[in-house]
Write a new protein. Structure first.
Length: 488
């Protein structure tokens, strides 16, 4: 049944998902995207025969993408073929210790226990407890808005409240992991999952132990044509089901009359709509599209998540000890996060994430070579000297990888591209270059995140990493689902 016209601003993963969902609900949907392609942060780069996915590199919980295609009686694999990884991640430490995490939970528990001198049953209990956190809170936090009182009156909410102590909300993730385990390297391995939402394990709530549990339970995957193909598949689906997509059409204003949204203005042309969904960063939605300094200031007062500094290197050698996902840990993890969130700088030792998609997609690099996506967590952009910070980080990264892999990396790098918080902000309109909107560095962070609707402007909605429930592909997809449900 036709319901009227909806306009979606921004064609990131959440914007695409919202458009696809609104279409099945009976809306006439127009999607406006300022760039020449959809996907938002999910882009790609090419140079000298190398190809890199420029943004998200981890694919988990594919069922959230599958659901979009199933809504329209289509199969995701016809658009986005993908496979499950047998190895989740390879971990490296400066002292030469390594660990390869199996994607089979029982095997992983046993190998973790042997490596870090813990009982397999204890590890299983930890992951089971952490998965329970997701199962208890998902109906409220992941599947619905936290900002509507009616959602607190459901039986699932009372069930979660009855088991409140098991959620470990009032402890930090680091405190929870130290309560369970003794080995510092196992604690560090589990602490790193705070970075999945751009936060510090020493500040974010212990409820976040659900993140490694979800990765263990559902596994990690690789789209056979690269991460970029997720956006391309969703783009194709959106076009097939009748979403009108307008590329290189920047929205300049959200049109409002008596605090009710009327549509948008693009290139001096007005487009009327009954509802508007912004997949643009909430801060910029208010500041640039509504010229509402007060509303933008209310968003700005909350701490931003971390950003990223990424080097895309063409490396003229192959490394059999590496896989798709690889982590090289710093020796002082806490100092790293203090620098990140307190001094807005890089510590003197950094944890390095290395993604090599050519391990699973060989044509991403010339034969005998590898495409290295090398990332470190970076502070938000606060006007720092990024030329100096990039030089500092690059030297630290190369020194660490040289030492652990016993190589001379500088001689192996034959081409390079770089993405920093400044360019992330410029390219994706992410305020201060933060990847996940506001940080989750407090027990109340989930409640402080921007709702999926505007409390000030009627018929204005938000989806994406800067809105509830947060950043990363799975949460962005759920953000679109929550928003579409509200509009329905």
């Amino acid at each position: 049944m036709a319901k009227g016209k909806a306009i979606v601003i921004g064609g990131g993963v959440a914007g695409l998902a919202a458009a696809i969902r609104l279409k099945i609900q009976g809306w006439q949907v127009d999607l406006f995207e300022a760039s020449d392609q959809l996907g938002g942060k999910m882009g790609e780069l090419e140079k000298d025969g190398y190809r890199w996915d420029s943004g998200p590199s981890l694919f988990t919980m594919p069922q959230f993408v599958e659901e979009l295609f199933a809504l329209h009686n289509k199969k995701m694999t016809d658009y986005i073929p993908y496979k499950k990884k047998s190895v989740v991640c390879n971990y490296f430490w400066d002292d030469g210790e390594t660990f390869s995490m199996s994607a089979q939970p029982d095997k992983a528990y046993q190998e973790l226990a042997e490596k870090f001198n813990e009982a397999p049953e204890k590890l299983r209990s930890y992951f089971d407890r952490s998965l329970e956190k997701y199962q208890l809170t998902s109906p409220l936090f992941i599947e619905n808005s936290l900002h509507l009182w009616k959602n607190y009156l459901k039986k699932d909410t009372f069930r979660a409240l009855a088991k409140f102590p098991r959620l470990e909300i009032n402890e930090s993730l680091d405190q929870v992991n130290r309560k369970w385990f003794n080995h510092p390297k196992l604690i560090q391995l589990l602490n790193r999952f705070a970075t999945y939402n751009g936060s510090s394990p020493y500040q974010t709530s212990g409820i976040m132990s659900m993140i490694p549990a979800l990765e263990m339970h559902f596994g990690t995957y690789f789209p056979k044509n690269g991460m970029r193909s997720i956006a391309e598949g969703m783009h194709k689906l959106a076009e097939e089901v009748g979403v009108a997509i307008h590329l290189e059409k920047k929205v300049d204003r959200i049109l409002v009359e008596k605090n009710a949204v009327q549509g948008v203005q693009s290139e001096n042309e007005s487009h009327q709509a009954d509802v508007v969904v912004s997949n643009m960063d909430v801060f910029f939605s208010y500041q640039q599209l509504l010229n509402d300094a007060e509303a933008a200031k209310n968003v700005e007062k909350h701490e931003r998540s971390s950003s990223a500094l990424i080097f895309y290197w063409g490396v003229k050698q192959s490394f059999p000890q590496l896989d798709l996902h690889n982590i090289f840990f710093s020796e002082d993890y806490e100092a790293e996060f203090k620098s990140l969130f307190k001094t807005k700088d890089f510590a003197d030792d950094l944890t390095v994430y290395l993604n090599i998609s050519s391990k699973d997609k060989p044509d991403d690099a010339p034969e005998g070579r590898e495409n290295w996506f090398v990332m470190v967590n970076a502070p938000e952009n606060n006007g720092q000297d990024w030329v100096a910070l990039k030089e500092k980080a690059r030297a630290l990264i190369i020194k660490k990888l040289d030492r652990i892999l016993n190589i001379d990396l500088e001689d192996l790098i034959e081409c390079e591209l770089v993405l920093d918080p400044l360019t992330i902000e410029q390219n994706t309109q992410s305020y201060k270059g933060s990847l996940y909107g506001t940080s989750s560095n407090s027990r109340n962070a989930a409640f402080l995140r921007q709702p999926n609707f505007s409390k000030k402007y009627q018929n204005l909605y938000f989806c994406g990493g800067s809105a509830h429930p947060g950043g990363g592909i799975p949460l962005c997809l759920q953000s679109a689902k929550i928003t579409a449900k509200m509009i329905n």
